[in-house]
Design a protein around this ligand. Sequence first.
Ligand SMILES: [Zn+2]
Length: 243
Amino acid sequence: MALSHEEQTRIDLAATFRIIAHEGMHEAVANHFSAALSPDGKQFLLNPKWMHFSRIRASDLLLLHADDPQAAQREDVDATAWAIHGQIHQRLPDVKVVLHLHPVYTTSVACLAHPHIPPVDQNTARYFNRVSFDSLYGGMADTVQEGARLAGLLAGNKRLMMGNHGVLVTAPDIGEAFDDIWTLERACQILVTAWSTGQPLRILADEVAEKTAQDWEKIADFSRQHFEEMKQLMIRQDPSLLD
Ligand SMILES: [Zn+2]
């Protein structure tokens, strides 16, 4: 029997948590992912407060509405998750998926006084002129105002490097969002490793970097297949993901 849109989204989002934990990109029992279900983007799935990514099942995901004033009071809703994801889903209807992480290499680059991602290889070039940088970290983002500010920064760009904090990635599709945040971490790992040699980098010419970024944008199906393959690995490893 065909799965409903909600059932499929629950499985895909649960799989994303499992993959990210498998890759060691999670932070303790923090960090959140959400996926919109309704056409206006306001009804969305979110992971429950302080549950480890590696044991999240499809049925564990919370179904919330961005306009619901009671949601912030729920014990299973993390205040920072509600502030950030609630505001993004309320304000940006085109955003279907929001992933927020503090992965080591991406966060390292976000902690530089002058954070930037010079195009030095295929992975870094994917983000050429395609990432916003925020330098106004002011503590744990647990207010509507801070969520609204972050949503504003995402209005013109689907990726936000959060200075002194981590990263936010949005996408129209879970598979594309996963591959994007995974490749960004890979890009930053290459960059930090290259910087750590102390040798000068050979930075790609702007036109080569731009062409490479455009080439990436033509293969969203590659991103979705990366996700599908990883999802099947996670299901094989622990079928409770589907529960
Ligand atoms: Zn965070």
